[in-house]
Design a binder for this molecule. Structure first.
Ligand SMILES: Cc1cc2nc3c(=O)[nH]c(=O)nc-3n(C[C@H](O)[C@H](O)[C@H](O)COP(=O)(O)OP(=O)(O)OC[C@H]3O[C@@H](n4cnc5c(N)ncnc54)[C@H](O)[C@@H]3O)c2cc1C
Length: 415
């Protein structure tokens, strides 16, 4: 039953209309509470919609124990939210919006049509029917001296009172979609510990030669494997004007980023022929080539041409290219010197954010009672594969339930 705007019920403001904020609204709208969502953008869920452009990978169907390991060092903090809203429950919830799902390759879960728009449309419709108020073009600027919320809105400055506040402001990647990380300063001013925002699932800078950059920018490098330390990933990456990106790069990006932060660079190894054992590569490379050029030899015996051949020439000089043992080793383990991460604005997601230590188990800020946080703005990271959205939805639910619980206890933290 919708609760009117001027009601005797407690009011909750949610700032941020992405997956985490909307899920908080869903939880809070089950109680006798007036809920309003505010977002700076002209519409809700812009990053969710963008995520749907390449196929909305909503969660992952692997065993739950394995699923939990994807959250690395933050597993212990995130596990309670995910136990309360595990991947199976998330899929059921999507079905409840009238959207079928399927398990795709490597156990990734997608909506039947791969898109986000029908899901978002159905969800917003359901929330509106439950009485949730939506306020777009409302940019939050923190609190005034009385503790009310400050916004700029189309009609100018607005201040609003709310009995509880859920912040679901996202990270700092793709700021053109709304989550620009400007909230960091607002919370830091209030003494909240926030780990610096850093790129996650990101590309890297490489000092390509002028020739290679001109010739191969935008080229996919298909069927390769990446290795860094004991981390491996197989797939396809893309050469960019600045360096390299793509799935098998993103998968190793947290470790590579941290290595660059420690040592100024990181060396990633590419296996250009992951299905070929080294001995076979050695045999083919050493095979007599008669009058044929090395390029046509590599092409005819190993299928190495185009961008893969170009990568070899980036790694080895002319003399080294004619050393069969070195050439074979380099085909199987080609070193790429990564000089830096691409900027946060280009990354798929964000590491860093509100420290878990600043939150209680309901995701309420200990220093700001009644203020809850959810989603990518918290200090965790995960690889692509549906893990990001899974934790955003689950944390939104946890924060929403937390806010309801807090209000039901009269806005007091139980002793
Ligand atoms: C290209 C791309 C593809 C992706 N694909 C996938 C995928 O397939 N699977 C997956 O799991 N994840 C994917 N992700 C990641 C996923 O989209 C995000 O992790 C998720 O959207 C984060 O949800 P959130 O609610 O925490 O934040 P967001 O979705 O970023 O929402 C935050 C909201 O807060 C609003 N906001 C911020 N600051 C203010 C302010 N001061 N005042 C008012 N409003 C404010 C923003 O406008 C925004 O609407 C992808 C990301 C990108 C960029």
């Amino acid at each position: 039953m919708p609760i009117p705007a001027h009601s005797p019920f407690p009011t909750v403001a949610i700032v941020g209309g992405g997956p985490a904020g909307l899920m908080a609204a869903e939880a809070i709208s089950q109680g006798n509470v007036r809920v309003d969502i505010y977002d700076a953008m002209p519409s809700m869920g812009r990053k969710l919609l963008m995520a749907g452009k390449g196929g909305l990978n909503i969660t992952h169907a692997e065993a739950f124990d394995v699923f939990l390991t994807r959250y690395g060092a933050r597993r212990a903090g995130i596990e309670p939210w995910l136990r309360d809203f595990p991947p199976d429950a998330l899929r059921e919830w999507v079905h409840g919006l009238g959207i079928a799902t399927f398990v795709g390759t490597s156990n990734r879960v997608f909506p039947a049509d791969m898109k986000a728009a029908p899901l978002l449309r159905a969800w917003l419709h359901r929330l509106r029917e439950r009485g949730v108020g939506f306020h777009v073009r409302h940019r939050w600027h923190g609190w005034d001296a009385r503790g009310d919320l400050r916004f700029t809105a189309p009609e100018g400055e607005r201040t609003l009172h709310a009995d509880a506040l859920v912040l679901a402001l996202g990270g700092g990647s793709w700021p053109q979609l709304g989550s620009d990380g400007t909230w960091v300063a607002l919370l830091a001013q209030r003494g909240i510990e926030v780990a610096p925002l850093r790129p996650a699932n990101c590309g890297f800078d490489i000092a390509w030669s002028h020739f290679f950059r001109e010739r191969f920018t935008g080229e996919p490098v298909k069927s390769i494997a990446t290795t860094f330390g004991d981390l491996h990933k197989q797939g396809e990456c893309v050469i960019t004007g600045h360096g390299i990106e793509g799935g098998p790069i993103y998968a190793l990006s947290a470790a590579l980023r941290d290595e660059i932060a420690r040592h100024g660079q990181a060396v990633l190894h590419l296996d250009l022929l992951p299905d070929w054992p080294l001995q076979r590569v050695q045999k083919e490379v050493s095979h007599p080539r008669g009058s044929r050029s090395l390029s046509s030899h590599l092409q005819s015996r190993l299928g190495l041409k185009g961008v893969k051949a170009g990568l070899l020439r980036e790694a080895l000089n002319a003399e080294q290219m004619h050393d069969p043992a070195l050439l074979a080793r380099t085909i199987k383990s080609l070193p790429l010197h990564l000089m830096g991460t691409r900027p946060l604005s280009e990354a798929i997601s964000t590491a860093g954010g509100v420290a878990f230590e600043a939150l209680d188990e309901r995701l309420m800020l200990a220093r700001l009672p009644g203020v809850f946080c959810a989603g990518e703005m918290l200090d965790w990271e995960a690889p692509t594969g549906g893990y990001l959205l899974s934790a955003c939805f689950a944390s939104g639910l946890a924060a929403g339930k937390g806010a309801l619980d807090w209000l039901q206890h009269g806005g007091q933290t139980p002793a």
